[in-house]
Design a binder for this molecule. Structure first.
Ligand code: ZN
Length: 95
């Protein structure tokens, strides 16, 4: 009995092959940076980053980018005293 494997089994094209860990990490990147990933996803993510330099670098870049957008870096760079000085100045001019 001869089975026609070539017809019965659809061979996946090279670009639709199984999702790699790097693909999964790329998809998780936003969720992890935003702190929205599950514990399971975080574990997979950080575990992969230890072995994969390109993913590690893209994560660093993404974190930096998010920090800039949300203003986290600015808050760190501006000393509290300066912020207070600006606040008092604004209050002085508006009173
Ligand atoms: Zn990777």
């Amino acid at each position: 009995m001869e089975t026609k494997f070539t017809e019965a089994y659809e061979q996946p094209a090279s670009d639709t092959r199984h999702e790699t860990d790097c693909d999964k990490v790329a998809k998780l990147l936003d969720a992890v940076v935003d702190g929205e990933a599950t514990a399971e996803e975080q574990t997979f993510f950080t575990g992969h980053l230890e072995d994969c330099v390109p993913c590690f670098e893209s994560h660093q870049k993404q974190k930096l980018l998010k920090g800039l957008v949300s203003g986290n870096l600015k808050r760190i760079l501006v000393p509290e005293r300066l912020a207070l000085a600006i606040k008092t100045k604004i209050q002085a001019t508006t009173v």
